[in-house]
Design a protein around this ligand. Structure first.
Ligand SMILES: *Cc1c(COP(=O)(O)O)cnc(C)c1O
Length: 314
């Protein structure tokens, strides 16, 4: 039976992205081109999308390389950053790539996907959910992580599909997200909207920290100033419908990412002092995965090293 490849995150991913993987041995739709499968693609990975077997094989290849990097980096972590041996969770950032790629990744055992724009993520999440529900047996949707800058007026859309928001950087957004979750729950309870994940579970929020040492307190571009993080964490923790998960950052363009991620770790420790459950440290992208894991990341957000290069212009 079980030909499901063991995902490096299996059993180690207690931190919230753990939707069930497709049932081992579940019959996959017949591939139109089984010969195009890479030698190391898992047995069950016939493609759900006609003609897409080559793309699935390519994703399988890149994914296994990234999983190997996570394993290797985790093996090198200092003791105090090892989270009792739990492996960092992989969030595959699928922005700019179609729903079909999310379905392929799901088939390859990916449970957590990230998006950075609501206009793109909303329709994609709906398309993915419909396609997975139509499979026999139905496969659960991935866990959607929203990782981009978020306008408060988009909060009500994001809560329809996202389980996590990594980019909470101001009090007004905390208020908007809390209100959006509670409104969504009322609407879902009366059958007015399809119940998103936060109908049943609190929306996990991470405080996005600005790690640029030059950033001023007023700089609202990429995260909250470190001084404001404890206050924001408290507001999230006290807001009905939200769960404080921890902290997130993007390394500044200039300078050594290791130093930046060290500062993030120190801030994470400070937050955990007050909120012991807020253990998540979301750090690391394709270019700095190793630096982030060495500094104690619990979640890495990887886009191009799994999906390939994105168009340069957005
Ligand atoms: C796009 C994006 C990523 C992934 O970046 P890659 O360099 O493609 O791995 C990670 N985090 C955020 C916030 C992003 O917007």
């Amino acid at each position: 039976m079980s030909e499901q490849p063991r995902d490096p995150q299996d059993g180690a991913d207690s931190s919230g992205s753990g939707a069930p993987v497709p049932r081992p041995g579940a019959p996959a739709p017949a591939s139109t081109d089984p010969g195009a499968r890479a030698a190391d693609a898992p047995e069950h990975s016939q493609d759900a999308v006609p003609g897409g077997a080559r793309r699935t094989a390519e994703l399988a290849q890149r994914l296994s390389t990234v999983r190997r990097r996570i394993l290797d980096a985790a093996a090198e972590r200092p003791e105090d950053r090892a989270h009792d041996g739990a492996l960092p969770a992989l969030v595959v950032v699928t922005k700019f790539f179609p729903a079909q790629d999310v379905l392929r990744l799901r088939e390859l055992g990916v449970r957590a996907v990230g998006e950075n724009k609501d206009q793109e993520a909303g329709p994609k999440a709906r398309e993915v959910a419909q396609a997975l529900a139509a499979q026999q047996p139905p496969v659960s949707a991935p866990v959607w992580h929203f990782v981009g800058q978020l306008q408060s007026n988009k909060a009500k859309h994001v809560v329809r599909y996202a389980s996590w928001v990594h980019s909470v950087d101001r009090a007004s957004l905390v208020t908007a997200l809390g209100r959006a979750v509670r409104t969504h729950r009322d609407a879902a309870a009366s059958g007015d909207v399809a119940a998103g994940p936060c109908a049943a579970e609190d929306l996990t929020c991470l405080v996005q920290v600005n790690l640029d040492p030059e950033a001023s307190r007023e700089d609202a571009r990429g995260g909250a100033h470190p001084d404001t993080v404890p206050g924001l964490a408290r507001e999230i923790a006290e807001t009905e419908g939200l769960r404080l998960g921890g902290v997130m950052a993007v390394a500044p363009r200039e300078g050594d990412p290791r130093e930046a991620f060290e500062r993030l770790w120190a801030i994470s420790q400070q937050v955990r002092g007050e909120h012991p459950e807020a253990t998540a440290v979301s750090a690391g992208m394709s270019g700095d995965l190793e630096a982030a894991v060495a500094a104690g990341a619990t979640h890495v957000r990887i886009g191009s090293d799994v999906l390939g290069p994105r168009p340069a212009v957005r």
